[in-house]
Design a protein around this ligand. Structure first.
Ligand SMILES: NC(=O)c1ccc[n+]([C@@H]2O[C@H](COP(=O)([O-])OP(=O)(O)OC[C@H]3O[C@@H](n4cnc5c(N)ncnc54)[C@H](OP(=O)(O)O)[C@@H]3O)[C@@H](O)[C@H]2O)c1
Length: 257
């Protein structure tokens, strides 16, 4: 039986790796992005390589009417695999930027994310089948002065996904909330962060998007809830969770996080 997967933010990085690997598993794909030329090229590559149908949906997740158009396009489709992956960082700190600009992250990481999940997971609940991967970040556990809304919206994604997992697991639907650490993709390039930042230092070990996705997909059948890919990220997560909060605040200030 043909199965459908919806992957948001599949133009590059982690989303593109999900598209390639789910295409390889035989899923027909609905993939979203804004950079049309790049995502169309990816769609064609996957069609040719894996002989599956790939539909591209261009949508800006900070624009409510574009999200409504996306929902209209998928409303009659049975999606068996949902990957909520759209995400971006901010160049400016919360108080140094206009609220209008900062608000876009709430729109994309929370509003649009919830709207899509409500439609797709709602249908999965009725049919009692499906799998969901929501992409958060290790940054959800490390609030930082340059990153107010990024850490907090990613933290929302974790809490929301855990609640969804608790609800849907008894029906046979697994919900994983994927928390990658340092991952090579267009994410840092779009923030104009220099290539040399991508060097490994101590526990900072850069992973490829392909590695992150392979580990995530290997785990999603077995268990849901929080999933941290890679040994260095797992150690970092354990250290962060064990640190007394007051000590974390001092360290974050000292390290100018
Ligand atoms: N890279 C890391 O170190 C890292 C670490 C932890 C978590 N993450 C998370 O992983 C996810 C994927 O990021 P990535 O690292 O793969 O970065 P990426 O290569 O920049 O991919 C981001 C994807 O999201 C889409 N996107 C961004 N803003 C959008 C908007 N306003 N409307 C619609 N689509 C939008 C992009 O599409 P277009 O470019 O076509 O708009 C692209 O497909 C994100 O949620 C990110 O927060 C990344």
């Amino acid at each position: 039986m043909i199965k459908n997967a919806l992957i948001t933010g599949a133009t590059s990085g982690i989303g593109a790796a999900f598209a390639r690997q789910l295409g390889e598993k035989g899923y027909n794909l609905y993939i979203t992005g804004r950079r049309r030329e790049i995502i169309e090229k990816l769609a064609q590559e996957i069609r040719e390589k894996h002989n599956v149908a790939v539909e591209v949906i261009i949508a800006d997740f900070t624009n409510e009417s574009e999200i409504d158009c996306l929902l209209e396009k998928i409303t009659s489709v049975d999606i068996e695999f949902l990957v909520n992956n759209v995400g971006f960082g901010h160049e400016k700190k919360f108080l140094d930027d206009s609220y209008e600009n900062q608000r876009k992250m709430i729109e994309a990481h929370i509003e649009s994310f919830c709207k899509i999940t409500h439609l797709v997971a709602g249908k999965m609940k009725k049919t009692k089948k499906g799998q969901i991967i929501n992409v958060s970040s290790l940054a959800a556990f490390t609030p930082a002065a340059f990153n107010h809304l990024y850490s907090s919206t990613k933290s929302f994604i974790i809490t929301f996904s855990e609640a969804l997992y608790i609800e849907l697991y008894p029906l046979g639907i697994n919900v994983q909330v994927l928390c990658p650490g340092f991952t090579k993709s267009d994410f840092h390039r779009s923030l104009k962060i220099q290539e040399k930042t991508f060097e490994n230092r101590g526990l900072i070990r850069w992973m490829t998007s392909e590695e992150v996705v392979r580990l995530s997909l290997n785990s999603v059948d077995k268990r849901g809830g929080i999933f941290i890919p890679g040994w260095s990220n797992k150690i970092l997560y354990t250290i962060i969770k064990a640190l007394p909060r007051k000590l974390y605040y001092v360290m974050a200030r000292y390290m100018k996080m």
